[in-house]
Design a protein around this ligand. Sequence first.
Ligand code: NDP
Length: 285
Amino acid sequence: MFTNYKEDLVGVFGHPVAENPTCVMQNAAFEHLGLNWRYLTIEVTPAALAEAIRGLRAMGFRGVNLTIPHKVAVLPLLDAVADDARLIGAVNTVRREGDRLIGENTDGKGFLRSVREEAGVDPKGAHVVVLGAGGAARAIAVECALAGADRITIVNRNPERGAALADHLARNLKIAARFVLWQADFAAGKDTDLLVNATSIGLFPDGDAMPPVSMGALAQACLVCDVIPNPPDTRFVKTARAHGLKALTGLPMLVNQGAIGFKMWTDLDAPMAVMRMALAKAFRS
Ligand code: NDP
């Protein structure tokens, strides 16, 4: 009887990459669906990225995720880049179309899907306030603009980075966007519909760190979202709940962006509950 020992390969290229937890949820999903696929966590230095992408082509990888510091550097190494990923200026997922490698960005899409499906909120017509102007902030702001948000406020400590993102949104996505310099406590206004922490403040092992923001003026309908998946219940999320506000952790965003990548690679719907449980277990251990 023929036995197929060959696995279909996907993975992540990063540097450093050892603490990237994506393998946990993707391999759990493959196992659950009985797929002979394997997700590998691969250390790739910036100098080796081009060679690694050639290797990926040579070995017939079905796709790959890119994490720090490769999300921007990978763009010229691909055959095509999806429109939203180009607007974000970064690729976190590569999928194959025959021999062609296509760059995608699932971070903002994962955020949107969590907001819609977990929290039941439609960002269409919303005033979205984003804390931070890095890669996650950029992905979230661009996808919210594409989803029909009414206006976006970028709050950032570094004025050049913050102003550049607001300018990009206004110029290229034709949305009302403004930049607010983040000094001391930022007081989120009552006209905020979505308040998003897209900074790295609160990430393990600094789970108790809190972005300097006051939520006292927010309306009860405002949805407060964190991008930090580990620990899921950050101080930002706990503070929102203490104010009686609905809060969304970074865990569903992480699962959703992975599930969107899973579908791009396998053409199958991802077993999201299995992925989420595997990640939550890994974060507890
Ligand atoms: P970047 O390094 O690109 O950006 C970090 C942002 O955080 C910058 O805007 C930076 O401000 C801001 N920041 C960091 N420390 C402080 C501070 N002490 N005070 C004020 N601002 C601060 O990182 P990414 O955008 O790629 O990632 C951000 C976070 O998002 C990470 O923790 C990552 O784990 C998470 N993430 C979660 C995902 C999920 O699926 N849940 C997906 C992708 C990312 P400045 O510009 O002033 O330096």
